[in-house]
Design a protein around this ligand. Structure first.
Ligand code: R5P
Length: 288
């Protein structure tokens, strides 16, 4: 107990230093909780405001696809070079060393595979995401899919409730139905639905007119890489997205299916964080 005879009046109120009321460095985050902001700060570089997430959640849909046969051999060695690791709990627990210090964006929905009708997903227990020290939770929304749109949006809304409760950002993953036009109108709608439902991050796909997709989405947007492209084309994709205002990438196959995954990851980082032109960044890939 403090000595009541020794209560000293404070005299260091910093009157010449106003309280910092400047905005948080990521768009749409000012009204989020301290926990969400803190975790977003682990994922998004403070200087660039961007991130290079390494996605390796593909196996929960398609099994040991090319480049992901052994997460311990294919992905774990890349972890230090990524800004964030995005995967499923089983593979992270078994194959990523627990002394990993990179933030985890945990795939928090689970469901059907490519062998049946996809997108009938449910959420895993939030306690498990918390136990894995997740810096973000990701769930898919099947916008435009008559069979699963409502259930995946309901999943997502529930996940945002949980994220808000525990201070964990939620990333909306826009799944593209086979009948959907892959254009700015569709991705703009899908991204906006994620944000309207409380996403802190939206993951979608680059398309012509992407600046409108980003502008209409009030939280950071990252792009998936999509199918494997020649490395220069993948760097051009990332560059175009950044030019349109994307806050980074959540890239999988164009990294782990590259002949030189580590060098490719470094090249993508150069584009995303330092604004390198694809023709400059490809030299990093070649040198790696
Ligand atoms: C899709 O649902 C998965 O979340 C993938 O992580 C995503 O498509 C990114 O991987 P890729 O760059 O290979 O498209």
């Amino acid at each position: 107990m403090a000595d009541l005879d020794d209560i000293r009046d404070g005299d260091n109120f910093g009157l010449n230093t106003p309280a910092d009321t400047t905005s948080f460095y990521l768009k749409g985050m000012n009204s989020m909780s301290w926990g969400i902001k803190n975790r977003m700060s682990r994922i998004f570089n403070r200087d660039s405001g961007r991130t290079v997430m390494l996605a390796f959640d593909h196996g929960f849909l398609m099994g040991p696809t090319s480049g992901l046969e052994r997460i311990d051999l294919n992905i774990a060695p890349l972890a230090e070079e990524a800004d964030c690791l995005m995967g499923c709990r089983g593979m992270i627990r078994t194959s990523i060393p627990a002394d990993n210090t990179k933030p985890i964006c945990l795939r928090t929905d689970s469901g059907t595979t490519i062998l049946t009708e996809m997108n009938h997903n449910v959420l895993i227990a939030e306690e498990d995401a918390i136990s894995m020290n997740a810096s973000a939770m990701a769930a898919m929304l099947a916008i435009g899919d008559a069979a699963t749109e409502a259930s995946t949006i309901a999943n997502f809304s529930r996940l945002v409730d949980l994220g808000n409760k525990y201070g964990i950002p939620v990333m909306g993953v826009t799944a593209v139905g086979k009948d959907m036009a892959r254009d700015a109108r569709y991705f703009g709608l899908a991204s906006r639905v994620c944000a309207e439902n409380g996403a802190s991050i939206v993951k979608t796909y680059y398309t012509e007119g992407f600046e409108n997709v980003v502008a209409a989405c009030p939280v950071p947007v990252v792009i998936a890489g999509g199918k494997k492209l020649p490395e220069l084309e993948a760097l051009e994709l990332a560059h175009n997205a950044i030019q349109c205002g994307a806050a980074g990438v959540d890239m999988g196959r164009n990294v782990f299916q590259s002949d030189k995954p580590l060098a490719m990851l470094r090249a993508v980082k150069e584009v995303v964080h330092n604004g390198a032109k694809p023709s400059e960044a490809i030299e990093i890939y070649h040198a790696g």
